[in-house]
Design a protein around this ligand. Structure first.
Ligand SMILES: [Zn+2]
Length: 140
């Protein structure tokens, strides 16, 4: 399903953070869009009801997971789109604070991120459905 392990970690980061705040996942998708691959996590509608601070952590979690995986921050995937909602609303200091908050949550749940990223890599489907994701995240 995923051609690039960094993308798999990125999407797994969003998914695990969503789960951390009890937002159910409908599915994770991946498809080629021209030469650029497109991927994303589609959450349940209840995502709209949680406060922006938590939504913000879910948004940042993709890049945070990527940076934990790589061991440094990369700018080449998803950064701009994911950071857009923050630029007008937060100071750089506030964004940095949210970043480290997301970093600490994902570090604690890193085993789940890895398990999901590997599943996304290995799946041959374009969609991995929420029920399956839930099973993967629950397995110990
Ligand atoms: Zn993202």
């Amino acid at each position: 399903m995923f051609y690039d392990l960094r993308v798999a970690y990125h999407e797994a980061g969003h998914a695990v953070m969503g789960r951390h705040f009890n937002v159910p996942i409908q599915y994770i998708y991946k498809w080629p869009k021209g030469h650029e691959a497109s991927a994303g996590v589609v959450f349940d509608d209840s995502l709209r009801e949680i406060p922006f601070s938590k939504k913000g952590l879910i948004l940042l979690a993709g890049n945070v997971a990527q940076s934990i995986h790589i061991g440094s921050l990369e700018e080449d995937y998803g950064s701009l789109n994911d950071f857009k909602p923050f630029i007008d609303r937060h100071t750089p200091e506030e964004i940095a604070k949210l970043w480290w908050q997301a970093h600490s949550i994902l570090s604690n749940e890193w085993e789940m991120v890895e398990r999901l990223a590997i599943t996304l890599m290995e799946s041959k489907r374009r969609h991995v459905m929420g029920k399956r994701i839930e099973k993967i995240l629950k397995a110990t």
